[in-house]
Design a binder for this molecule. Structure first.
Ligand SMILES: [Cu+2]
Length: 153
């Protein structure tokens, strides 16, 4: 009896923590925001986007009630110098997963409207080129394990 309760609990925790959102054919996994010092006016944002359809999906922009502005960046080495190049959109190819990560595509989210610390959640919306939008939640996490999230602007 006790065991089955624990099993149910674990299933429940899994459901809650799997952190996936689906709408149409785009699934959003593991959206997160590295915790930053309170003085920081820019946060990074990461997530994985899985396109399970046979057509490419274009994400034109992101928005959030928690930030004044969100840009899509690509980290790239240009002439030996690491740079972040603003992108007009993100394309998730048919039947592919696009993962935002350090050193690659990522979100830069400017002017957080409130103090955000590990354990908080922020609400993000992505806007597709077809005019539809999808809202999801990103967890603020301590990134002590991630040493390479230094952004130079
Ligand atoms: Cu950036």
């Amino acid at each position: 009896m006790r065991l089955s309760i624990i099993c149910l609990l674990m299933v429940f925790i899994n459901l809650v923590s799997s952190n996936s959102y689906a709408a149409g054919s785009l699934m959003i996994h593991d959206a997160w925001v590295p915790e930053m010092p309170p003085v920081s006016r820019v946060h990074a944002g990461f997530a994985s986007f899985h396109n399970s359809s046979d057509k490419a999906i274009e994400i034109s922009s992101f928005s959030s009630p928690d930030y004044a502005r969100i840009e899509i960046h690509l980290s790239k080495e240009v002439d030996g110098v690491a740079r972040m190049i603003p992108q007009k959109s993100l394309i998730v190819q048919a039947n592919q997963m696009l993962t935002l990560k350090h050193g690659s595509y990522h979100l830069m989210m400017f002017k957080p409207g409130r103090k955000l610390k590990s354990g908080d959640n922020v609400t993000l919306s992505l806007h597709l080129s077809d005019g539809s939008q999808q809202t999801f939640s990103a967890a603020v996490k301590n990134s002590a394990q991630n040493h390479e999230h230094h952004h130079h602007h």
